[in-house]
Design a protein around this ligand. Sequence first.
Ligand code: HEC
Length: 128
Amino acid sequence: MEELHQMGGVPMGWKFALPKGDPKQGRQVFVKLECYACHAVQGESFPEQPGQVGPDLTGMGIHHPAAYFVETIINPNRIIVVGEGYTGSDGLSIMPNYNEDLTVAELVDLVAYLKSLTPKGGHSHTGH
Ligand code: HEC
């Protein structure tokens, strides 16, 4: 216990991790919450983008750890990606906050989906 406290309350090398999610379910969450309204994913067939802007998420899975995706979803203003039209006149991200609507299970699956996005386009069904 003493040692744990000296380490800041976590075992050595500890990192935040999510339980294993289901990318297929996560894709459904992506569609349900209409993330495609602002984010393109090449190789996927979503309803048309109504012209709002956000970064292209094609191949995103290999570029960021899961914890980063969690943060982009539950706290979009923590790190604001710079781009034309990405922020409003208040300087904050135009990405909506989903924290009242999203269950933890949905969040876990949604992140699994984002992690499954490969540079080739679309997503792999293997879970990674
Ligand atoms: C109204 C448009 C809009 C919607 C809807 C939206 N986003 Fe975003 N999203 C943005 C913008 C703009 C940014 C870049 C600014 C920022 O960092 O917040 C962003 C950033 C992100 C990033 C970080 C990308 C990077 O390159 O680091 C991820 C991941 C993401 N969004 C996922 C989602 C998911 C998942 C949903 C649905 C739950 C969603 N977004 C819904 C506009 C949107």
